[in-house]
Write a protein of this length. Sequence first.
Length: 202
Amino acid sequence: MAFKERLTILLEPEIKDLYSIPTLSVEQKRVFFALNDPELACISSIRDRNQKCLAIALLGYFKVKPILLNTRFNEVQPDLKFIATEYFPKFNITRFSANRMQKARLYQKVLDVLGFKNWSSDYENSLQIHLQSIAKSSIEPRYFFDASIEYLAHNKIAIPKYTVLQRIISKTINTEKIRLLSILKDAVSTELSYALNKLITG
């Protein structure tokens, strides 16, 4: 379904904050980049040290917010250096690039070790059914957005792109509006409908 004008849910700074790489203090880095035994075993299965460092970074970012981020070396370099110092003291990390397939494989490891599923269109219908079930409380876009994030977290599903949530929430709101109009149409008598139309048209 195409939209000429997309539904506004979040402000631009909110969108950027949600879908950007988190800025972590040194203490936060120690917390989010720390590895338990299953995570350490997962990282140990990766041969290349650059990839190991990137995997630890992606794992830490996912713990902060369960989103598959599009990372660039310059953006994550300070965190990679911190991770290298913590886990591979004699390893001097240099500039490298990871292609889409490599990142996908690393993220699959992250998802597996944390017990999460990557978002796919298979989950769209179940999310919309959930939103439809709570539509009687409110049809405010932000209400649906927060409910979507809560639903995804509860079901351990990674948060999809903002445009995906826009589409699902817009569809839910339109469906609920049609349902309410249908109820009103059945409930309002012909005389009252005529009177209301007359009042609206002045």
